[in-house]
Every structure is written in structure tokens, then in C-alpha cells.
Design a binder for this molecule. Structure first.
Ligand SMILES: [Fe+2]
Length: 393
């Protein structure tokens, strides 16, 4: 008898990841070996001035030199990378015979490196590729090395850039954006200043929480997201309190990595949607914008999946045995607020000099992020956005 297979793609779970992931103290020393394995002879190191000044680019350069790989440095990346910077980077790539792109930095750097690595082989302007799987050809080989513990961009298949004309974040999704190799070395995060430790760490927590409660969550993403939440709950305040705490930094670097894998497959949600306008309108860093919106969106989303919010409370270390699912779900948002206090991140808009009159503009900006609403555990109407911003204010 012939089996009839169901033809519902909703039932099929996808998991995306780079081809290889190196994690551990000193992992950056393998950059040259890995580049060589990919057949590279000349690398463009995409980074920013802060990374160069901190001396971290030197570690990458030494690893490339040890294997005789030539290189040039493009250090022009700006935060919340505008399209013009991606175009600049692509131009630099075209200017010489580079055969590999190395992205060394935070999320903005890696997102720029990702986009440039495919724009060099795909002829149309970047605007033609915003959306899902529109990039036609594979780009240059790429190795991504994060210097913060937060964005997870080194393992995701998305690149987010800022359209300065429309003042909106736009995204490219493609398997061609996945790294050939991601190198995550916790030692690179030791010199992160306090605010960056807090902001990027909370960004990772947001990735894990949003992926875990997403309507697109899978068995793969759940595993990774929950472990990331657990590790961040244990380590973010320690890493903030003592920047040289290698164990805490390692936990945060690993959590950021697996939270990146979790959201790459499971998706993000309303925290990111409501945070983006804070970046485009008020130039708050990505992690900080997410941190501000996180507890307010969690409180709104609670009823959409109380069981999973209850799991989050437990993963964050809360004793939940004596609590009902509803009670422990509510605790999840409270513990998040406690963590934000511990790492000195205010989560009220007015504390950032944002006026109440700005709320309609924020609502308008967030309304453009419908792809994120689709997987959020609770539907969002315009009046809901209004209310969440109002509470956040
Ligand atoms: Fe993020």
C-alpha cells in the first residue's frame, strides 16, 4: 500500500546554522587555519574603529599572517549600519581580489560583512534583496568573529541594515548569509565596557525569550533558547559586576551564540518590532532599545503562552513549584526587571528623554515590522502598540 505523506510545510521544522562553529578560549588563533581551509589567500577584515582601537583586530591579523594570508582592513562600520556603509564595504571588496570576508565586531559589523559578501556576486542594489530568500547567488566565503556577547549575528541567516531615507530597519534573509565558520572566543568580550556588557547581554536574552515563545518555535530552537535563558540568568550580572570573570564571560558568549541559533530558526517577535523605532528615531543602541521594551512586551504577551513564560521564570532561577502557571509566568517579567536593575538599565522611555508626544511616531515605526508580529505569541493591533509604549513611558 502506498503511504500518503502530508503536504503541510507547517509541520516541517527548519534549523539553520553555519557550517562550523568554533567556541572556546583562544579560538581566534584558528582564524588563519580556517581561512586557509576555505581556500582563501586575501581577506577583507570588516570591523569598526572601536575594535581596532581595543587591539582585538591585531589578534585576527596575527592569526591570518601565521598562515600567510594577505589582508586589508575596512574599519568604517557604523552602529545600526546604514545602507551607504554596506555599499562602501562592497565597493572596497570590489576594489581588489579578496577571496574571503572576515567580520570582526558586534552585530553591526557582522551584518555589514554579511550583506557585502553577497552584494559582490549579486548585481542589483541591496534594496532588491530585502525580504526572504531573494538573494540569487552565493557570495564570498565568510568567517564571523563576535567581539560582544549579544547579537548572535555570527550564526544567523539575517542581516539588518538601516534605510536612512525611510528611517526604518530592513532585513535580508538568506542561507547565503550563513557563515562558513563562526569563531566565538569569550576572551574577546572581556574588554567590553559596562554598558555594552549589559546591552548586548540583554539583547541575547531577548533573542532567547522571543525565540522560545515564538509561534515558529521548533524543538531545536526551544532547546537552545531555554539553555541560553538559563545561562544568561546565571551569568549576566556576574559579567557586569566583574568584567574579567572568564567563566561568566564564557557563559554569556555561549548563550549569545546559541540564542542566535535559536532565533535564526525560531524567529523573533514584538520586542524587536517595538525596539527598532527607538533605534531609528532616537539612536538608542539595539540592545538598549530591546532592553527597555522587554518587560513591557513580556507582560503584554503573557496570556499568549503562559506555560512557556512559566518555563522562562524557572530557567531564570525562580522556584516555581509552589506557584501556578499564571503566577510563575508573571514572575518571568518581574525577574527580568530585577536583572535590568542589577545591570543598571532603566526600562522607562522617559528616562531616556523621550517625550510622551513621540509615542505616535514610535507606533508608526513599529507598525512597519509586520513580519515580527506574525510570530509573536499575541496579536498586536495599533492600539496595543500605543498601550505598550504608554506603559513603557
Ligand atoms: Fe537583537
Amino acid at each position: 500500500m502506498k503511504m500518503t505523506f502530508p503536504k503541510n510545510p507547517q509541520e516541517v521544522q527548519y534549523f539553520y546554522s553555519p557550517i562550523s562553529v568554533l567556541f572556546g578560549i583562544g579560538a581566534i588563533s584558528q582564524l588563519g587555519v580556517e581561512a586557509k581551509r576555505l581556500g582563501a589567500t586575501k581577506a577583507l577584515i570588516v570591523t569598526d574603529k572601536g575594535v581596532v582601537e581595543s587591539g582585538l583586530a591585531q589578534d585576527a591579523i596575527e592569526a591570518l599572517e601565521a598562515e600567510g594570508i594577505r589582508f586589508m582592513v575596512f574599519d568604517e562600520v557604523e552602529p545600526e549600519p546604514p545602507i551607504r556603509v554596506v555599499d562602501e564595504c562592497t565597493k572596497r571588496l570590489k576594489s581588489d581580489q579578496f577571496d574571503i570576508v572576515v567580520g570582526l565586531g558586534g552585530g553591526s559589523v557582522i551584518d555589514t560583512a554579511k550583506a557585502a559578501s553577497v552584494l559582490i556576486t549579486n548585481d542589483r542594489p541591496i534594496s532588491a534583496y530585502f525580504g526572504i530568500d531573494l538573494i540569487e547567488k552565493r557570495g564570498l566565503p565568510k568567517i564571523f568573529i563576535p567581539t560582544t556577547a549579544g547579537t548572535g549575528s555570527e550564526v544567523s541567516r539575517v542581516s539588518i541594515v538601516t534605510d536612512e531615507k525611510e528611517m526604518v530597519k530592513k532585513a535580508l534573509f538568506s542561507n547565503f548569509l550563513l557563515a562558513d565558520v563562526a569563531i566565538v572566543d569569550p576572551l574577546l568580550t572581556l574588554s567590553m565596557p559596562l554598558t555594552l556588557t549589559a546591552d548586548s547581554g540583554i539583547d541575547a536574552l531577548v533573542h532567547a525569550i522571543e525565540a522560545y515563545v515564538s509561534k515558529k518555535a521548533t524543538r531545536f530552537s526551544d532547546l537552545l533558547a531555554l539553555e541560553a535563558i538559563h545561562l544568561i540568568g546565571r551569568s549576566i550580572s556576574k559579567a557586569y559586576a566583574k568584567g574579567q570573570d572568564v567563566e561568566a564571560r564564557s557563559n554569556m558568549a555561549f548563550a549569545s551564540l546559541i540564542a542566535g541559533m535559536a532565533f535564526s530558526s525560531g524567529g523573533l517577535g514584538a520586542v524587536h518590532a517595538l525596539a527598532y523605532p527607538l533605534g531609528t528615531e532616537f539612536h538608542l543602541p539595539h540592545g538598549r532599545s530591546n532592553a527597555i521594551m522587554l518587560p513591557h512586551v513580556m507582560e503584554f504577551n503573557l496570556i499568549g503562552n503562559a506555560e512557556k513564560f512559566s518555563d522562562i521564570a524557572k530557567a531564570l532561577g525562580e522556584k516555581t513549584e509552589h506557584l501556578s502557571i499564571r503566577e510563575s509566568a508573571i514572575r518571568a517579567a518581574e525577574i527580568v526587571k530585577q536583572i535590568l536593575n542589577e545591570v543598571s538599565v532603566p526600562f522607562k522611555l522617559k528616562e531616556y528623554d523621550i517625550k510622551q508626544e513621540a509615542i505616535p511616531t514610535l507606533v508608526e515605526g513599529a507598525m512597519k515590522q509586520t513580519r515580527l508580529f506574525a510570530v509573536n505569541p499575541r496579536d498586536l493591533r495599533e492600539e496595543d502598540l500605543q498601550e505598550i509604549y504608554q506603559r513603557a513611558w
